[in-house]
Design a protein around this ligand. Structure first.
Ligand code: F6R
Ligand code: MG
Ligand code: MG
Length: 367
């Protein structure tokens, strides 16, 4: 077993939808897989897996270069650029949409793609789960991560596993003020919750074990930029969670998704909807461009090799969560353009408000 740290980097982008925003074209996956296998052959990556959720391509990569590595980020950028060429030929919808810059400038963060990374020394056995969501935002991980790492009604290990009993440290980012703060669970739970209960602004970036100081979870939470008076840059998120042996068991990590929580996103990034746990082939959000989906891929890491994936939400025990998500979707859809189905004015990705206001400006009277 190697004592040399391994880095898991999950970098994702929507570089063209098939059809509309519902799925990824197989030719793009083929292109990405060829590039990833080339990078393994030439030693840049130890291993790699190309996955998808909705219209997003996810590169799940292991390597020895640490987080925020220029070559790894450049490689992901080049894969997405090559896929964009294929997407343009096929005239896929929104080809190249997540490549916000004409060129790569050192770190993929802020250039469009989402990125979650974690560096650690592999344990005797290293089960990890990569979560990938479509039609929602990074704050969608707040509730499930809280349940996994701080709620004893979800994670019995917090109560009865001596290696978990000390709890976990949560790093929370304020996406608007660009600040971060750390909280100790369980003693600061109430302080933690006042922030992460507002997932459009405060997002869990990472979680660390207080027993070992080891990283346990990392998300693709990224700062938002104020453009044209609105905050932009929220994106379909990914999250990496290490499991077992002093960390939540695989079943404790999956359990929060047995009850679909309501997240922001869905049609035009402007609606609340239930997040539905599905297998990768079922991650094709079509009804009202949704409802939002989450896929969980399990891997056993062995000297950096990704043994897997096991597509964990294929378990029929999640059938009822899917049924419930459909019921919640039916109910919320009855509200049409009204809040709280539609997002509040300052959180919608699309709005006509400035134009409508301008058109009607002369008709507003003082009261
Ligand atoms: C949501 C999403 C879609 C689009 C919608 C309209 O994140 O990507 O729901 O917003 O299909 O797309 P346009 O404006 O490109 O026609
Ligand atoms: Mg899209
Ligand atoms: Mg997407």
């Amino acid at each position: 077993m190697s004592q040399q740290p391994i880095t898991v980097s999950v970098i994702k982008a929507d570089i063209g939808g098939y059809v509309g925003h519902s799925s990824v074209h197989p030719d793009l996956l083929e292109r990405a897989r060829a590039d990833v296998s080339g990078a393994v052959d030439r030693g840049l990556l130890v291993d790699g897996c190309v996955a998808y959720v909705g219209d997003d391509i996810n590169l799940i990569m292991t390597h020895r270069r640490g987080i925020d590595d220029l070559e790894i980020h450049r490689f992901a950028w080049d894969v997405f650029t090559a896929c964009t060429t294929v997407a343009r030929k096929l005239k896929l919808y929104g080809a190249g949409q997540d490549l916000l810059s004409d060129s790569f400038s050192g770190n993929i963060k802020g250039l469009g793609p989402g990125c979650a990374e974690m560096e650690f020394v592999e344990r005797t056995s290293e089960p990890i789960i990569v979560f990938m969501a479509d039609k929602t935002e990074p704050g969608a991980w707040n509730l499930p991560l809280y349940k996994m790492f701080a709620d004893p009604f979800n994670t019995i290990g917090l109560v009865i596993d001596p290696k978990m009993h000390k709890g976990f440290e949560f790093e929370v980012h304020d996406l608007i003020q660009h600040k971060r703060v750390k909280f100790l669970a369980p003693e600061e739970l109430y302080d933690l919750l006042i922030f992460i209960g507002a997932p459009s602004r405060f997002c869990i970036k990472g979680i660390v074990s207080r027993e070992t100081g080891e990283p346990a979870a990392a998300t693709s939470t990224q700062r938002l930029n104020l453009l044209a008076g609105r905050y932009v840059g929220k994106d379909d998120p990914v999250c990496i969670v290490r499991c077992q042996s002093g960390l939540p068991a695989v079943g404790e990590v999956l359990e929060p998704f047995a009850t679909p929580h309501v997240v922001a996103g869905w049609m035009r990034g402007s609606h609340h909807g239930p997040i539905m746990p599905v297998s990768m082939p079922d991650a094709t959000p079509s009804r009202f461009d949704g409802p939002p989906r989450v896929v969980s891929l399990g891997f056993q890491l062995a000297d950096g090799k990704l043994h897997g994936p096991r597509d964990l939400f294929t378990d029929c025990a999640f059938d009822r969560a899917r049924d419930k998500a459909n019921e919640i979707a039916d109910y919320l859809r009855t509200m049409g353009p009204f809040e709280p189905h539609r997002l509040p004015l300052d959180e919608m990705e699309y709005t006509t408000m400035p134009q409508v206001m301008q058109k009607l400006a002369g008709r507003f009277e003082d009261i």
